[in-house]
Design a protein. Structure first.
Lengths: 334, 334
DNA sequence: CTGAAAGCGCTAACAA
DNA sequence: TTGTTAGCGCTTTCAG
């Protein structure tokens, strides 16, 4: 067994209470005993047991993060932002890859409950009733990232998708495009689907006058493969589109890839704008113009909110983050 | 406070020991009391406290994963493999983004030690003496992924980089290339640098006869940006290279991107082969031919080894995983 | 400034 | 089959 606080106390000829005070820097010890105890700790290589500590203090210094996938740059970047903030404050993060699967999510939540995490960050997924139920039973702070809940009082941090989507479409319109298709995710998706479609339509209609016609292709997810499939439909559609607004970078890159296969040049023959502005947007050929979400900052901010809730007990203010339009080389003026 | 085992015991008119037995399915209770207790648990919404449990059982059902970055597909995929396996067995994983920073790594290790994790998976980084020292003090199993230690008895799972690198180069040679450059990572990197360079050289020399000349461009990391910079050097080099072997997919894509900028067509003017076979390889234009590492399986396997070590107490056998060559569209025969 | 002692919620002998 | 009890390693009153 590794040494416990008792061993330290004994060897230093003090009580365990004193050692505990020194460890936690609580008032009630002299400099002299402090140095003595510190030396013993050093000698013994003593390491406080966070488990025991957690049992009495009811604070585990661990938070749980639930996300539908670990596999895209989007998730990675957010996680990165959370992780940095949490570790800065001496907390650890347990990742849970829900795989968009209800059973799995519920199982993870139960584990997190048993582990008595101090808080939960829930990313990119719709907060179902059943999830919220078990989460609220845990009585720990929750914050949502890149999603929100119309039904429950859970603070979120995200960008205004409708606005950002509007801006993306408007950007295309300003470049002279009129026949603009959207690769949209699912219209059943209340978070990443509906609002973006709404923004797209609003921009199209805002132009008022003309023939600006819509073409929306829904996809099951936001992957490269879905982007390719969607593009096939767009290319073969009678409406000869000059620009495409894709709901994620992967979707956009998939679309570009399919276009390329069909001999369609980007941006000469067709303009494309993506969404998220992940590293992938920088790495594509040509580099992808995209609506940018400050993913790292969102992760960071969510952690900040979570910790503030843990400390104050008050619900944090939700936070709408600014989007940007990162102009690169896939959109041309016509 | 949420209900404890005591509350359950009282309400069910049994002792806490009985409840504990039922919870852990240890012999010593009748079906009758079991159903009764289970019902009470249900009614109370009781959830066992893993912290208290861990304090006595000395098992936290939590493992720590250390990786230099969360931000590339490489790390994501491995983490995914680990996470799936761990959660399958009811354990959680704490991620630690070391950022390739010694101080930070050491800090994380200390936290993991205090949290009494059951084991550690260390990914992609050189196992420094100082790391090993604190890890071995923790007296928990460790396994290495995509790295290895010549000095310490720590099992690893990785592919044979030298062999894979040899194969990649040989593949290029077989396609008729003779002037093959390598974008190599750092020659100081004993894990991802040295062996791959060695394999590359060996293949070049194996051809025996001819003018097969080497051109190695080192990079600081394995990023897209480094790939671009390396490619600039290669293009401007007097040795007119016909093929490039890059030590990572990102490096390869960066190289392609730079080539593209200079009007060099892939693969007509120049062939490129990458390393890792992440999703990025599939998504690049044109799709990248690459040496494939079974990243998900490596993550999975490492977790399997770790858990087996935790259970048996014996050191697991290291494991060399098979590489593949994924032929796509960036290499042409000349 | 310091120590004794009572738990935190649970598991694991040991009795009954 | 069941209950009693002694910890696990720590924090936190409460007395000195």
């Amino acid at each position: 067994m590794d040494p416990t606080i008792k061993d330290v106390a004994k060897k230093a000829n003090v009580s365990i209470a004193t050692v505990s005070r020194i460890l936690n820097d609580k008032p009630g010890f002299s400099v002299k005993t402090k140095t003595k105890v510190l030396r013993v700790i050093e000698e013994l290589g003593y390491q406080p047991n966070a488990i025991a500590r957690g049992l009495v203090s009811k604070r585990t210094h661990t938070i749980g993060v639930l996300m539908p996938t670990l596999l895209d740059m989007f998730a990675a970047r957010i996680l990165n932002g959370i992780d940095d903030y949490a570790h800065e404050l001496g907390s650890s993060v347990i990742v849970c890859n829900t795989d968009n699967n209800g059973q799995r999510t519920l199982k993870y939540l139960r584990v997190l409950a048993e582990k008595r995490v101090d808080g939960i960050i829930f990313v990119s997924e719709y907060l179902k009733d059943e999830y919220y139920k078990v989460m609220s039973d845990m009585k720990v702070p929750i914050v949502l990232v890149s999603t929100m809940s119309p039904d429950y009082p859970v603070p979120f941090v995200k960008v205004d998708d409708e606005l950002a989507s509007f801006a993306a479409t408007e950007y295309l319109l300003k470049q002279g495009h009129r026949r603009i298709a959207m690769i949209a995710g699912s219209p059943e998706d209340p978070i990443a689907g509906v609002p973006r479609i709404k923004g797209y339509r609003a921009a199209l209609n805002a132009e008022g006058d003309e023939e600006a016609k819509e073409l929306i292709v829904s996809t099951q997810d936001f992957s490269y493969e879905s982007g390719m499939m969607a593009m096939e439909k767009i290319v073969d559609h009678p409406l000869k589109v000059t620009a495409v607004f894709a709901s994620s970078d992967e979707l956009a890159v998939g679309a570009m890839s399919y276009a390329n296969k069909r001999g369609i040049r980007i941006p000469e023959d067709l303009s494309i704008i993506g969404y998220d502005n992940t590293r992938l947007a920088q790495m594509s050929t040509p580099p992808l113009t995209a609506v940018g979400q400050p993913l790292y900052e969102m992760g960071n901010k969510s952690a900040e909110m979570l910790f503030s809730m843990m400390n104050t007990g008050e619900t944090a203010e939700s936070c709408l983050m600014p989007y940007t339009i990162e102009e690169r080389e896939t959109v041309t003026r016509i």
